[in-house]
Design a protein around this ligand. Structure first.
Ligand code: PEP
Length: 250
């Protein structure tokens, strides 16, 4: 949709040395990025500040997680203030690896989303169903349940700072990308649900990204769909060449 600026996020997860990340940053800085595409990269927390310093200012940096409480006795966590005070404008929340491996509930993800938005951060909110849930016909129920927890805690105006990433769990890191039809169908249903549950304006304006085994080959076809407004890219974002290809000419 022309009204929604295309968005490409790179999630490095717990990968990459300082040197490897500097190479990715240099590649992105040197690339002729399409000005109509918003690009955000998300290195491990240790590398956030260097990345924010080195990367071209048109490319934004995202943390991969944040805690919902102010600075304090939360060993191992990052607070929203640490991010906002140091030029980190985005945070990824609710990634399926956080939900499954670290047992984050939808309510906790919603509390963190609220804390991040209240402090002025922008949020890439990840949702998605497992293979078992898809096969049981529960895809939309599961994804909308994850969204509902957030809808219940944030205001309608807050949605202008949220990008949704639809990431089927079975497609993440598996090489099994959703078909263009599967992705469009899910995105269309999510947008309809947003119209009903938040507002038609929010549904129209909110970017819904697809994530799950996106690469430089399959991205073009997915990007043709009316409700696919960008990508959250894991594995391919670590390869300097493909991260550039995916972000150019979308
Ligand atoms: C992700 O981590 O958000 C992701 C989509 O990973 P991959 O592209 O490697 O499937």
């Amino acid at each position: 949709d022309m009204a929604r600026k295309f968005f490409v996020g790179g999630n490095f997860k717990a990968n990459g040395s300082l040197k490897a990340i500097q190479t990715i940053v240099e590649n992105l800085n040197g690339a002729k990025l399409d000005p109509n595409v918003e690009v955000v990269i998300s290195p491990p927390s240790l590398f956030l500040l260097t990345t924010a310093e080195k990367v071209d200012s048109k490319i934004k940096v995202a943390a991969q997680n944040v805690f919902d409480k102010p600075d304090g006795a939360w060993t191992g966590e990052l607070t929203v203030k640490m991010l906002t005070e140091h030029g980190i404008e985005w945070v990824i929340l609710g990634h399926s690896e956080r939900r499954t491996i670290f047992k984050e509930s939808s309510e906790f993800v919603a509390d963190k989303t609220k804390a991040a938005l209240d402090s002025g951060l922008n949020v890439i909110l990840c949702i998605g169903e497992t293979l078992e849930e898809r096969e049981a016909g529960k895809t939309i129920d599961v994804c909308c349940g994850q969204l509902k927890a957030v809808v219940d805690k944030i205001s309608t105006a807050d949605w202008s700072k949220v990008v949704i990433a639809y990431e089927p769990v079975w497609a993440i890191g598996t090489g099994k990308v959703a078909t263009t039809e599967q992705a469009q169908e899910a995105h269309g249903s999510l947008r309809e649900w947003l119209a009903k549950s938040v507002s038609p304006e929010v549904a129209q304006a909110t970017r819904i990204l697809y994530g799950g085994s996106v690469n430089e080959k399959n991205c073009k076809d997915l990007a043709t769909q009316p409700d696919i407004d960008g990508f959250l890219v894991g594995g391919a974002s670590l390869k300097p060449a493909s991260s550039v290809t995916i972000t150019v000419g979308m």
